[in-house]
Design a protein around this ligand. Structure first.
Ligand code: GUN
Length: 312
């Protein structure tokens, strides 16, 4: 069997087309949504993510600013920058790319973001809104996962969903979104006993742990929907051979490009056992960017129509 691929490219393109129509309406009202993307230090993966986010803004005609600060920036410096951005009228969305270097306290920095401009949905007020089913900013990757499921017509009501990973950015919020859509949700993590047996009960399996090809055939029920959130970069032939059963293609890609991307799910097992799955690359990652555009436009519309932010 070979599962249905839930392609991020098509779904992200459909969402971006919807966002483009909303942007046109706002522009008619004289509003251009604006995003500030803050990068601290030189984490190469973060550089690529921020570049993709800024590029999506320019494709859709959003205003964007990339702000780069040195790796040794202090919490106080970052909070001061966030406060400046909170006060600027042309900025609707503020995104502080994670992870921050160890010199900065990420929780304090995220807490400083005006909840109305918190397009990542990481502020505790928005986390609380999500928990209690109130409207607010929903984190982009979890929101994108729900879009993939809905637009691929995967039912969640009554489904068994297993989320592997308990991060504040993906695991916890996606579990909450699935719960609100009436799934029976189990969250697993590094201390979970009998992880594979629990995962094997899932109709919907979400892997968000950040470990290359951690989820293998014995974790996947035949016909399950598998959402692979991981983006892991392999850089040596040994790593590639350890992950892929048929390594010749990936080894060629490694030689040509210097690295090979793999998700948290063993790709050949996922293809064989899943009824539907998201590939890596070309899956969830594209939705994260699309949902950031959705959140930025939503923030701009709310600010334009209410005439104030929580910071003013
Ligand atoms: N690092 C990994 N994913 C994300 C994300 O969605 N937003 C931010 N700000 N940082 C991240």
């Amino acid at each position: 069997m070979s599962g249905l691929i839930m392609g991020g490219r098509e779904i992200a393109a459909a969402i971006k087309a919807e966002v483009a129509r909303e942007i046109a309406v706002l522009k008619n009202e004289g509003v251009v949504p604006g995003l500030a993307a803050v990068q601290v230090g030189e984490n190469p993966a973060s550089q690529i993510y921020i570049r993709n986010k800024v590029q999506a803004c320019s494709e859709l005609g959003l205003y964007s600013e990339k702000i780069e600060l040195p790796a040794h920036s202090s919490t106080a410096q970052l909070v001061a920058l966030v406060n400046e951005l909170n006060a600027r009228r042309e900025i609707d969305g503020i995104l502080v790319q994670l992870p921050l270097p160890p010199t900065a306290d990420a929780k304090q920095v995220l807490f400083a973001v005006d909840p109305a401009k918190d397009v990542d949905g990481f502020h505790p007020l928005n986390a609380g809104n999500l928990m209690t089913g109130r409207p607010g900013m929903v984190p982009c990757t979890p929101a994108g996962i729900i879009e993939i499921l809905e637009r691929s017509r995967i039912p969640t009501r009554g489904a068994r969903a297993v989320v592997i990973g308990r991060s504040d950015t993906v695991g916890k919020p996606v579990a909450m979104l699935l719960l609100h859509r009436h799934a029976t949700v189990t969250i697993c993590h590094s201390q979970t006993r009998e992880l594979a047996a629990i995962a094997r009960e899932a109709d919907i399996l979400v892997a968000a742990i950040g470990r290359p090809a951690f989820v293998t055939a014995d974790f996947i029920k035949d016909g399950a929907t598998v959402i692979d959130v991981g983006i892991n970069r392999l850089t040596s032939p040994d790593e590639v051979r350890a992950v892929f059963r048929e390594p010749s293609g990936p080894l060629e890609r490694l030689a040509a490009k210097g690295s090979v991307l793999v998700g948290d799910v063993q790709p050949e097992d996922m293809k064989e056992k899943a009824g539907a799955y998201t590939p890596v690359p070309g899956g969830v990652g594209l939705l994260t960017v699309a949902m950031l555009m959705v959140n930025t436009v939503r923030a701009a519309r709310r600010r334009a129509h209410s005439g104030r932010t929580l910071a003013e």
